[in-house]
Design a protein around this ligand. Structure first.
Ligand code: KE4
Length: 427
């Protein structure tokens, strides 16, 4: 009998490419039929066939206080009743900007937008406009949204410029993007020695989550900071995923490094479209309407989305929120590792604050190439065994997972029990 998920997926593919509005949701990396979600609450969501899952995607990070948190829903309902969007400034946007700048002191000013892609793209353009330089540096395995200059992979040699990872990105765009290896400070030294005065910015995920979880080494970030300062390049921390996820002050508070600009998203919208970019006031003054770098957005600072974000930012500042989130996430990771060991499966896991990585490998990967060497087919078998057991992990071996404040001991224990059965099934 065809499941409702299967019939919805077949129908969706007739009207939308791949049947999804974002590629990773199509399950092409893991195979099988995507689950069409009908509702979510706390740590759970339900699919079109009525099956309940413990959710470890959390909308790829935003659902940090759990799904449909009563206070967030109430704030959204109250805001919506006053009108959905005005295309004119509101006080809520000021409160949001002040709150973000207070929580992340490196932000002297911030501009709200509607997606992480938009925020990263705008930060890049601002860096180029403020420095008058064209070249940018990013790192293999880091994802900063789908702006043309950022859909670029490493060129043939590390000192050559990149080539497009996506059709539709002209070589002329890619040639300004230099792609280096993550956690390789020497490559930064070499590039800056050769062309430091041409570099507009370096953009990095300080805790990478788009090649699975891979935290930066302190030396890597410290080197970046020193070289950007020396050569007048803008250091951009893309904290769309790590911001308010690994700590209240983001990864920059964990490493004690002050970037020149920060890109944010996900948690600050609490599930609705809010993202932001900001940093030093002397850079932000180049932005329209003050300066020559143009950037705009119909729904930027949308009052209903800002209400969801402000309600979420209030909840994550409750006493002990991050200590508890990190504890629950570490408990999950330790429990999964112990279960795999009992079943003789080569597996390890890692966590930073409320995000985690699962690796079918002997040791925790410390580089992009080690990450790519993890056993993808083993992950896919585990993914489906867990899905059948009612646990929804990221549908790719190269994505991070997310815990919410609603994932209590009972939920973590249920997950570990499901994993024990899943490891046994794939051993
Ligand atoms: P959005 O445009 O998807 O809001 O943000 C892009 C982005 C920028 N920077 C970082 C560090 C990000 O993680 C993201 C988006 N993350 C992915 C998860 N791998 C979103 C999920 C998806 O693409 O469907």
């Amino acid at each position: 009998m065809t499941s409702k998920n299967e019939s919805l997926f077949a129908r969706a593919q007739r009207s939308t490419p791949g049947g999804v509005n974002s590629p990773v949701r199509a399950f092409r990396s893991v195979g099988g039929t995507p689950r069409f979600i009908t509702r979510a609450e706390g740590p759970y969501f339900w699919d079109a066939d009525g099956k309940r899952y413990i959710d470890y995607i959390g909308s790829w990070g935003p659902a940090i206080v759990g799904h449909a948190h009563p206070e967030v829903v109430k704030a959204v309902q109250a805001a919506a009743a006053l009108g959905l969007s005005f295309g004119a400034p509101t006080e809520g946007e000021i409160v949001m900007a002040e709150e973000i700048c207070r929580l992340i002191p490196s932000l002297e000013q911030v501009r709200l937008v509607s997606s992480g892609t938009e925020a990263a793209m705008s930060a890049l353009r601002l860096s180029r406009g403020a420095t008058g330089r064209d070249k940018i540096i990013k790192f293999e395995g880091c994802y900063h949204g789908h702006a043309d200059s950022l859909l670029v992979k490493a060129g043939s040699g590390m000192l050559t410029f990149g080539n497009p990872t996506s059709a539709g990105v002209p070589e002329d765009f890619a040639k300004h993007t230099l792609v280096l290896d993550y956690n390789e400070p020497q490559q930064l030294e070499d590039v800056f020695r050769n062309m430091g005065e041409q570099i507009a910015c370096v953009i990095v995920e300080p805790v990478a989550g788009n090649m699975n979880l891979l935290p930066a080494t302190p030396e890597f970030l410290q080197t970046m900071r020193r070289l950007c300062t020396k050569h007048g390049a803008v250091l951009i921390f893309d904290e769309v995923m790590s911001g308010f996820r690994v700590a209240l002050g983001g990864a920059q508070s964990l490493y004690g490094i002050t970037p020149d600009m920060t890109v944010l998203g996900k948690v600050i919208g609490g599930g609705l479209p809010v993202a932001a970019f900001g940093g030093r006031a002397d850079l932000m003054k180049f932005l329209a309407p003050l300066g020559p770098v143009y950037q705009a957005g119909t729904l930027s600072g949308n009052p209903v989305a800002v209400a969801a974000g402000l309600s979420t930012l209030k909840l994550i500042q409750e006493e002990g929120f991050y200590a508890s989130l990190a504890k629950q996430t570490a408990r999950l990771v330790q429990g999964l590792s112990a279960a795999a060991k009992d079943c003789g499966v080569a597996f390890c896991a890692n966590s930073v604050g409320g995000m985690f990585g699962l690796y079918f490998a002997k040791d925790i990967p410390a580089s992009h190439s080690e990450m790519m060497a993890c056993d993808k087919s083993r992950f896919n078998a585990f993914f489906h065994a867990m899905l059948d057991a009612g646990v929804y992990l990221a549908p790719s071996a190269f994505e991070a997972g997310f815990v919410s404040s609603q994932h209590d001991d009972a939920i973590i224990d249920m997950t570990i029990e499901a994993a024990r059965k899943s490891f046994a099934a794939i051993a």
